[in-house]
Ligand binder design. Structure first.
Ligand code: FE2
Ligand code: FE2
Length: 447
């Protein structure tokens, strides 16, 4: 998605408030400017001419209202939003000038921000929605299930961000030689048109339901098929909007996946299959889902409810990265700038927020998403809470998440074997995780 020629200036002395808005606005792919006080804000408005200014009421050298009054005289075209948590401003109508600015009361959910933006800049939301729907092609990985069958839809190769070329027409038989040829060239993904993607996913989900009980298909082949369907599913969750049906489909899909995954003779085989996946992030989410359930079973937490919560919580634990640019989602943690790091760490809160828009989500799933980066020694984020305050299933997902990151690491040459990953955690990060859980994970991996 290319950048939209629209600039927003955020004026807030509080780092956290700035970060929150920044993470909310990143999905619009526009330019975000920031200043901490009135003087710098004025300088930026003169030099950069932002289209929208979002300012905190209380600034160290004045107020957001002062800024908006100054703008009305000098830059009447720019729109303004005042943010405050001061009840006097909210309740006192003489202070709140409806013509001068819109008001947002802290803390506000994304839906409230969207409502205000829609009111003053309806075109901004529609540009964003249009851009999102212009996502014309969706990614699927090369895999054996395509070969030898009639193509249910046309397949494309990606040449650049905007250029795609058709390699197989709908209805044609997909030749192995063709896929091999591209594979040799290092191509790992093919693309299908978004409109046809949904029916492909539907077919995949239905087939998963049938295949899991078929006796004449090997476990390895079944597992590969489930990984493939998981990829298609994750692509949809990350690239299109997320609704209640998606959640329900995901829930039954992960439970079916576990049934098949549990039949693999060794948990290592499973990790090997996931390692070969073309999309590291999607493989990571599936790995966290499966291994969290396996670890909980080792801990003898094996009620159906716990299994279901862990499976879906693991599958969706990083859904807060949904609106992040692709490179931020996959780039190694060690290479982040300070601002990227702050943005990245908000994925826990953003994830929980995405789910609050959907009804009937179990509260345990929220806790997993919100707390999977908390550590028992208090060194985690977003709240830095310690041992007894962390939801036990979030501790399971947190440990498995760390393990999966080390094994499926995107940084070249850095990926560890499962055994090395366990040793690494034992020697370097023991105090961050529950010792019993680490012990059982070790048994699960090393046995
Ligand atoms: Fe995460
Ligand atoms: Fe993760």
């Amino acid at each position: 998605m290319s950048k939209i020629p629209f600039k927003i200036l955020i004026v807030d002395p509080d780092h956290n408030a700035f970060d929150f808005l920044n993470t909310q606005l990143i999905r619009f792919q526009l330019t975000i400017l920031s200043s901490r006080n009135l003087v710098d804000a004025k300088k930026l408005i003169i030099s950069d001419r932002p289209d929208l200014i979002i300012a905190e009421m209380y600034l160290p050298d004045g107020s957001g209202v002062d800024l908006f009054s100054w703008m009305e005289k000098n830059f009447p075209k720019a729109k303004s939003i005042l943010v405050t948590s001061d009840v006097n401003v909210i309740t006192n109508n003489t202070t709140y000038d409806h013509d001068l600015y819109e008001l947002l009361v802290k803390p506000f959910p994304t839906t409230e921000l969207d409502r205000v933006i829609k009111k003053i800049y309806p075109e901004l939301l529609s540009i964003f929605e249009k851009e999102a729907s212009r996502q014309k092609y969706m990614e699927i990985s090369f895999n054996e299930f395509l070969v030898g069958t009639k193509a249910l839809m046309s397949l494309y190769l990606k040449l650049s961000v905007t250029k795609f070329v058709k390699i197989v027409h709908k209805g044609e038989i997909i030749e192995n030689a063709l896929l091999e040829k591209y594979k040799k060239k290092g191509v790992r993904s093919i693309y299908v048109e978004s409109e046809e993607y949904d029916s492909y996913l539907d077919l995949g989900l239905k087939a998963s339901d049938i295949i899991k009980d078929k006796k004449n298909i090997s476990i390895e082949k079944k597992t590969k098929f489930f990984i493939h369907v998981s990829d298609i599913f994750q692509e949809k969750l990350y690239k299109t909007s997320f609704n209640e049906d998606d959640f329900n489909d995901a829930q039954s899909f992960v439970v079916d996946t576990l049934e098949v995954a549990a039949k693999n003779k060794s948990v290592m085989d499973l990790m090997e299959l996931l390692k070969n996946n073309s999309n590291v992030h999607y493989a990571h989410c599936l790995a966290v889902s499966i291994y969290s359930v396996l670890l909980a079973k080792k801990l003898q937490w094996s009620t159906d409810k716990t299994t279901g919560i862990l499976a879906i919580g693991g599958f969706l634990h990083d859904i807060g990265k949904k609106n992040f640019p692709e490179e931020l989602r996959t780039k190694p943690y060690s290479t982040f700038s300070e601002e990227e790091l702050r943005l990245y760490e908000n994925h826990t809160i953003l994830g929980a927020e995405i789910l609050t828009r959907i009804e009937n989500i179990p509260k345990e799933v929220f806790q997993i998403i919100m707390q999977h980066h908390e550590c028992i020694d208090g060194s985690g984020y977003p709240f830095g809470i310690t041992n007894v305050n962390i939801f036990p299933l979030a501790k399971v997902v947190g440990l498995v998440n760390r393990f999966a990151n080390l094994v499926l690491e995107t940084e070249k040459g850095k990926a560890m074997t499962p055994k090395e990953a366990i040793k690494y955690i034992e020697y370097n990060e023991k105090e961050k995780f529950d010792s019993k859980m680490l012990e059982e994970l070790k048994r699960l991996i090393i046995l």
